[in-house]
Design a protein around this ligand. Structure first.
Ligand SMILES: Cc1cc2nc3c(=O)[nH]c(=O)nc-3n(C[C@H](O)[C@H](O)[C@H](O)COP(=O)(O)OP(=O)(O)OC[C@H]3O[C@@H](n4cnc5c(N)ncnc54)[C@H](O)[C@@H]3O)c2cc1C
Length: 361
């Protein structure tokens, strides 16, 4: 175990925000993790867990011990309950996209829609990552975690995780209490692609490289062409590369705001005033609104804060233009939240996790 003091986290978050960890340890196996947790307990240090840093906002320096999980290992486990189901377990420090690609190469299907989401496996259940009509909860079996205060191993089933839209128990009742060490997902030997998400279907219907010959049995038919999970993954990667700003060129954390869910009555009221307001009915009877539409409508696209701005083409993405602090970025977010509430009566919530002190904000 290697614990360093006063370590810069600037290169370890995709928003490239400044900030130091009072103490920092990168752990490569679960023994090192247990040692780091014991050290934190012995020295009464608050523990903050960091993965790939693609969904965090450093509001200040981080006091206590920041642990970055760099454990590796991907394993195909026992057959699932159904004969065509395969269980895969990945260590928390595995890169998410590489894990998705590994399972596809091994002819285990079901994660293709979640291709190219930045970050590590251990963080994926924290906010129940989702894209193109799929969430990790749709494939989730269980995870293993170490309890920070005791170092004990705890297994969480799917129901224990209390998954919701970009939510889990780890952002609520169990926030800050566990380090995820591995995640187990149920995939399928049988390709069964889901291209119901309109942008994905559109991208696939215009794609010129759909190859009949490479299609496994059971792949979905779209018009006259067959679509394989690999082709879905490639299409998702293409859309994401075209649509989303690359954090290495324009530091960002993906979607900065969650899409709000409001009651059907409230949505109908708003539709009276804004007939073009989109709305997606939810199973619980609510209606999900695209936060991007609200922000765009309010004229925030391209608007600048101090050292940061709303991306010119993506109303949901806030970008660090260089030298911006976490507080300055949060100030821009706060200005947007206040304005959207004033105009539409809807309170937007920030999607990334704020680390450090938010101070007066
Ligand atoms: C360009 C871009 C596009 C994105 N697109 C999407 C998208 O389509 N869908 C989506 O859902 N998200 C998206 N995100 C957000 C992000 O990729 C995911 O939330 C990802 O799961 C974060 O992983 P990470 O390893 O970077 O986590 P981090 O940012 O390091 O951490 C995120 C949170 O998880 C906690 N955490 C991390 N690892 C562990 C662990 N092992 N145990 C316990 N807690 C842990 C941290 O404490 C923090 O609270 C995008 C981000 C970017 C920059």
């Amino acid at each position: 175990m290697n614990i360093k003091a006063n370590v810069s986290l600037h290169a370890l978050n995709t928003l490239a925000l400044p900030g130091q960890a009072e103490f920092f340890s990168r752990v490569h196996n679960n023994d090192e993790l247990a040692e780091a947790l014991a050290y934190a307990q012995a020295h009464k240090l608050k523990v903050t867990v960091l993965g790939g840093g693609s969904n965090v906002i450093l509001a200040s320096n981080i006091s206590g011990l920041v642990i970055q999980v760099a454990t590796r290992g991907i394993e195909r486990c026992e057959q699932g309950d159904h004969s065509k189901t395969l269980h895969w377990t990945a260590a928390a420090g595995e890169n998410w996209h590489q894990f998705v690609q590994h399972t596809l190469a091994e002819k285990s299907y079901g994660l293709e829609n979640l291709s190219l989401i930045p970050g590590l496996v251990g963080a994926a259940p924290i906010q129940n990552i989702g894209a193109y009509g799929l969430e990790i909860s749709d494939r989730f079996v269980s995870l293993q975690a170490l309890e920070i205060s005791t170092g004990k191993t705890v297994r969480f089933s799917k129901s224990d995780c209390q998954f919701g839209y970009r939510e889990s128990v780890f952002k609520q009742a169990a926030a800050g209490q566990f380090v995820v060490t591995s995640v187990t997902l149920a995939l399928s030997e049988q390709p069964n692609v889901d291209i119901s998400y309109p942008a994905l279907a559109a991208a696939l219907s215009t794609t010129s490289d759909i190859r009949q010959s490479s299609v496994p049995e059971g792949a979905l038919s779209l018009g006259s062409a067959q679509i394989s999970p690999q082709q879905v993954s490639e299409a998702v990667c293409r859309i994401r590369e075209q649509k989303l700003p690359d954090p290495t060129l324009q530091p960002n954390a993906g979607s900065f705001f969650k899409n709000p869910v409001i009651s059907k009555d409230r949505w109908q009221q708003l539709r009276g005033k804004y007939p073009e307001l989109p709305g997606y009915p939810q199973l619980d009877g609510g209606v999900k609104l695209p936060a991007a539409w609200l922000i765009d409508q309010a004229g925030w696209k391209g608007a600048a804060g101090q050292g940061c701005s709303v991306h010119r083409e993506h109303a949901l993405v806030l970008v660090n233009n260089g030298g911006c602090s976490g507080r300055q970025l949060l100030q821009l977010a706060e200005d947007i939240i206040v304005d959207i509430e004033r105009r539409f009566g809807i309170l937007l919530a920030i999607e990334p996790q704020v680390l450090g002190l938010r101070g007066s904000l």
